[in-house]
Design a binder for this molecule. Structure first.
Ligand SMILES: *Cc1c(COP(=O)(O)O)cnc(C)c1O
Length: 406
């Protein structure tokens, strides 16, 4: 029997929530595949995917099945005990990647926090107290905990929270000479997103990642790839490092890993993992059976040639149409990205107006994303249907037409 709920509206947000977000004017209440319905029954097409999270769309039967089956069995036992879904999921991630060991947690920030702590601990154990410097890229994003905002290369996220975490250097992305100049025997890790997501859907150049790998090897530093946004099939490979053929020492995954259920993972080798001995790190919820059961279903569906080949085909469909729209209306200077992480860079005439594009799309019943003020980002479900892509891009073209002819 369902209990009668008091009605709530968007206006309630400003009354009851901390004002750190500015959500859209409507409230989504239901989703199916790549369609979402709001409180008024309005149907929208979802090319935002919950910010690269809803990797199989909404209410995918395999995920609903895994969640409901596990929900009636066992939700949580803490890490005082292990559990079957966590062990199965770890096996699947290890079988599919370079990794030999897995640490589960609940968010991208936590996975990166674990990665940075592991890198510093390995350097401490192997080389002593002086090797703790982390080199990261300007404009990168690694999460919102104190450590991760400090490693992230956007000071607007780390200013005003007291003393900064020291031993972190930022260098321009895709600039191998700058990275080379920054790396030293004090460097414990170089941290990179294979594609800068929040920073504007900016893919790394292959030579940059290869060069970073060589610099790390030459300086006894670890290469950390933050694949929180690029992982779990989004690039057309299970992880973007597999697209580039450059293997990190530590990889972090979150967002799409749970397809909408919170879970994250840090993947690494056995030789590095052994430095996190009992008691050095932990989490209460991390790797709980409910989250792991869902993520297992996600990887089972995604890590198949059918889905991954489909991502590349859908990329071409998006890219061709977005380039046509960009040229026809003079709104984009470039369409970039891999797989189903696509960024449309606004032309000079529309610089700074990604939010206006977001709003115009919403008026046409389409959900898209920004990646900063100058890039419109698409991160749809990896199994979005061709008809939904065409209909969504029709809506997008109408939005662009209205905006550019206003
Ligand atoms: C979203 C994101 C994070 C942070 O993930 P949360 O789950 O929000 O903590 C970290 N790194 C990258 C590259 C991301 O895109």
């Amino acid at each position: 029997m369902s209990v009668e709920q008091a009605p709530v509206q968007r206006a309630d947000f400003d009354q009851v929530m901390v004002p750190n977000y500015a959500p859209a004017a409507f409230i989504p209440v239901r989703g199916q595949g790549s369609r979402v319905w709001d409180q008024a029954g309005r149907e929208l097409i979802d090319f935002a995917g919950g910010i690269a999270v809803n990797v199989l769309g909404h209410a995918h039967p395999a995920l609903v099945g895994a969640l409901t089956e596990q929900a009636s069995k066992l939700w949580h036992v803490s890490n005082v005990f292990t559990n079957e879904p966590a062990l199965r999921l770890a096996h699947k991630l290890i079988d599919a990647t370079f990794a030999e060991r897995v640490f589960f947690c609940n968010s991208g920030a936590e996975a990166n926090e674990a990665a940075f702590k592991l890198a510093r601990r390995v350097a401490f154990d192997r080389f002593g107290t002086e090797k703790y410097e982390i080199i990261a890229a300007l404009n990168s994003f690694h999460g919102r905990t104190l450590f991760t905002v400090n490693v992230g290369g956007q000071s607007k996220y780390s200013d005003g929270f007291g003393p900064k975490i020291t031993g972190i250097t930022h260098v321009p992305y895709n600039d191998l000479a700058a990275l080379k100049a920054a790396v030293s025997d004090k460097t414990c890790a170089v941290v990179l997103e294979p594609i800068q997501g929040e920073g504007g859907v900016l893919p790394a150049e292959l030579a940059y990642l290869q060069g970073a790998r060589e610099l790390c090897d030459a300086n006894d530093a670890l290469l950390v790839f933050d694949e929180v946004q690029t992982g779990m099939g989004r690039s057309g490979h299970l992880f973007a490092y597999q697209h580039y053929g450059v293997t990190p020492d530590i990889l972090t995954s979150a967002k799409s890993l749970g397809g909408g259920f919170p879970i994250a993972a840090m993947l690494t080798t056995e030789a590095l993992a052994k430095h996190l001995v009992v008691g050095t790190h932990g989490t209460t919820y991390g790797g709980n059976p409910l989250a792991c059961a869902v993520a297992e279903a996600v990887i089972d569906v995604i890590n198949t040639p059918h889905v991954l080949v489909g991502v590349n085909a859908k990329h071409e469909q998006f890219k061709a149409r977005l380039q046509q729209i960009g040229t026809q209306y003079g709104i984009f200077s470039e369409v970039r990205g891999l797989g189903l992480l696509i960024g449309c860079v606004l032309s000079d005439a529309f610089k700074g107006r990604a939010k206006d594009v977001f709003n115009a799309a919403e008026k046409e019943n389409l959900m898209v994303l920004q990646a900063g003020p100058d890039v419109v980002r698409f991160a749809p479900s990896l199994v979005v249907e061709e008809a939904d892509i065409n209909e969504g891009l029709d809506r997008f073209e109408r939005a662009v037409k209205t905006l550019t002819q206003a």
